[in-house]
Design a protein around this ligand. Structure first.
Ligand code: PLP
Length: 459
C-alpha cells in the first residue's frame, strides 16, 4: 500500500482509457507522452525519459555519459543505489564523505577524491533535502566531468530557486510505492542535453536491433496513466509532509542531545524520512537507554538506517560483476586501488549510527502521534526511568553464535541462520540486529574491525 497517496477517479478514468484502447505500452499521444511532458514542465527540464524503475534508469546513466571499465564515479556512502549502478557498468564507485549537519555529500571531500579516472559526481538528495548542488556543479564543470543527481526522494524540492534534478547533467526519480509519487513501480530521468536524452533512451529501449548494449527498461502505459494523475497531487502531498516535518522538528526543539537536520538556506525540502542526530553523550544519556525509551513510548522510530556506510557492505566490497572475475576493481583497465578501510569517510561513519529517523509521508494527525511518542521517549530517557530492553529470540541466537565462534561479521551470521533453517536475513537486516546489540547491557557487541562484531559479557 502506498504510504500516503490518494488514488481516485482520475486514476481510474485514466486506467480505463488505457484498457479500453487495447494498447498497454508506449504509443504516440498516449499517457507516457503526457507524463514525460508534464514531468519535464513541472521540473523545468527539457527532456524527461520514463523507465520501469529508478534503478534501471540509474543502470543506464553511466553508459549514457560514456563511463565504463577503468573509470570512477564519486558517490556518497549513506545509500547504495548509485554505487550498485556503477558496478553494473564496470565502473568503480569512489566514496566522498558527507557533511555532519545534513548527512549529504560534502563538496570539499568530493574535490579531494577527483582523479584522472573520475567521470562523474553522483549525489543523493537523501530524504528530500537538497545537497550543495551549486558547488558540486561548479566542481564538475571545472574538471570537465558530469554531475548526476539521485532525486528518488526529492521530487519538486528546490535549491536556490531551481528544482533538484536540474542542477546536474542528469537527474533521476523513483515512483515505487514508498515514494511521494507512487505508480507501483516506475522512474524518470531528466536532462537538458539532447544527446544525453538520446543516449539514455537507447539504453532503456532495446527495439529490434539495439544500437548500444541495452535492455528493455520501459514503463507501461498503466504506470504512466497513474503518474499523470498523481503528479498533479504531489504539491498537495508535500504541503502535508512539510507540516509533519514542522511538527517533528518542534518535538525535539528543546532537547539538548537530539540535533535537528540542517536544511540549507534557500532550499525547500520534499519530506521523505524525517531524521535527527543522537548526541546523548552531551547529557550522559546512553543510546541503548534512548532506544529502550523509544520502544517503551511506542514511538515508531528507527536508528542507524544503513547502520554503516555503503562501502562496508559485502556487495560493494566484493564485486561479483562480470562472472566473479573481480571486476571492476581488479580490471586490467583500472589503474586505481580500491582500499576501503574503516575511516575512509569518518563523518559518515560517525553520523550514520546516530541517525534517528521515521517516515515523514504520513497524515499530520499520525505524525502528531509520533511526535508525542518522541517527546515521551525524551522525557523517559532523561528521567532514567526506562525499562531495560530484553533480548529477542533472534538477538539471543546472534549473541550465542558470537560467544561460541568469536568475532563474526553479518554474512557469517546469515549463513548460520540459513544453515539452521531459521529466519533468513539480508545483509542490511543482520547489520540492524547486530548494531542494536551494541551497548546493550549486560551482553553487548562491539566493533572488532570494519565488519566484525565481538561479544562481551558485563553481567
Ligand atoms: C535514494 C534511492 N535511489 C534509487 C532508488 C531506486 O528506486 P526504484 O525502487 O524505483 O528502483 C531508491 C529506492 O528506494 C532510493 O531510495
Amino acid at each position: 500500500m502506498a504510504l500516503y497517496a490518494d488514488y481516485g477517479q482520475e486514476e481510474i478514468a485514466n486506467l480505463t482509457k488505457v484498457i479500453e484502447s487495447g494498447w498497454l505500452c508506449d504509443r504516440a499521444g498516449g499517457f507516457m507522452d503526457q507524463f514525460r511532458q508534464d514531468f519535464a514542465v513541472a521540473l523545468g527540464a527539457k527532456h524527461a525519459i520514463c523507465g520501469a524503475t529508478a534503478m534501471v534508469l540509474m543502470h543506464a546513466i553511466p553508459g549514457a555519459i560514456g563511463a565504463g571499465a577503468g573509470d570512477e564515479i564519486i558517490c556518497d556512502p549513506v545509500v547504495q543505489f548509485h554505487g550498485i549502478a556503477c558496478l553494473h557498468n564496470n565502473v568503480v564507485p569512489v566514496w566522498a564523505d558527507v557533511r555532519p549537519d545534513n548527512f549529504l555529500m560534502d563538496p570539499d571531500s568530493v574535490e579531494a577524491k577527483i582523479t584522472a579516472r573520475t567521470k562523474a559526481i553522483w549525489v543523493t538528495h537523501l530524504w528530500g533535502f537538497a545537497a550543495e548542488v551549486d558547488r558540486l556543479r561548479e566542481i564538475a564543470d571545472r574538471h570537465g566531468i558530469y554531475l548526476l543527481e539521485d532525486c528518488a526522494h526529492a521530487i519538486l524540492a528546490e535549491y536556490k530557486g531551481r528544482k533538484l534534478g536540474t542542477w546536474g547533467h542528469i537527474g533521476s526519480f523513483s515512483f515505487n510505492m514508498w515514494k511521494q509519487l507512487a505508480t507501483g513501480e516506475g522512474g524518470m530521468a531528466i536532462t537538458d542535453d539532447d544527446k544525453l536524452a538520446d543516449e539514455i533512451n537507447k539504453r532503456v529501449i532495446f527495439g529490434e536491433s539495439p544500437e548500444v548494449l541495452s535492455s528493455n527498461y520501459r514503463m507501461t502505459e498503466l504506470q504512466a496513466a497513474v503518474g499523470v494523475a498523481q503528479l498533479k497531487k504531489v504539491p498537495g502531498y508535500l504541503d502535508v509532509f512539510r507540516e509533519g516535518k514542522r511538527v517533528l522538528d518542534e518535538a525535539i526543539a528543546g532537547c539538548a542531545w537530539l540535533d535537528s537536520r540542517l536544511q540549507l538556506p534557500e532550499s525547500t525540502v520534499a519530506p521523505y524520512y524525517w531524521s535527527c542526530l543522537f548526541h546523548g553523550e552531551r547529557a550522559g544519556i546512553d543510546y541503548g537507554v534512548f532506544k529502550a525509551a523509544l520502544r517503551q513510548a511506542g514511538a515508531g522510530f528507527g536508528t542507524g538506517f544503513l547502520q554503516v556506510p555503503a562501502y562496508m557492505y559485502a556487495i560493494l566490497r566484493n564485486p561479483n560483476a562480470y562472472g566473479n572475475k573481480g571486476c571492476p576493481y581488479n580490471c586490467h583497465l583500472y589503474d586505481g586501488v580500491v582500499d576501503w578501510k574503516a575511516g575512509l569517510c569518518p563523518v559518515a561513519e560517525d553520523v550514520i549510527p546516530r541517525l534517528v529517523h521515521t517516515n515523514n509521508m504520513l497524515s499530520v494527525e499520525k505524525v502528531r502521534q509520533e511526535a508525542e511518542a518522541l517527546r515521551q521517549a525524551i522525557r523517559l530517557a532523561e528521567s532514567g526511568d526506562v525499562e531495560p530492553l530484553t533480548y529477542s529470540d533472534v538477538e539471543n541466537k546472534v549473541l550465542e553464535y558470537i560467544k561460541e565462534n568469536g568475532a563474526s561479521e553479518p554474512l557469517e551470521l546469515i549463513q548460520h541462520f540459513d544453515g539452521q533453517g531459521w529466519q533468513h536475513f539480508d545483509e542490511h537486516g543482520m547489520w540492524m540486529v547486530m548494531e542494536n546489540l551494541r551497548d546493550r547491557f549486560p551482553y553487548k557487541l562491539s566493533h572488532a574491525g570494519p565488519r566484525k562484531f565481538a561479544y562481551h559479557d558485563l553481567s
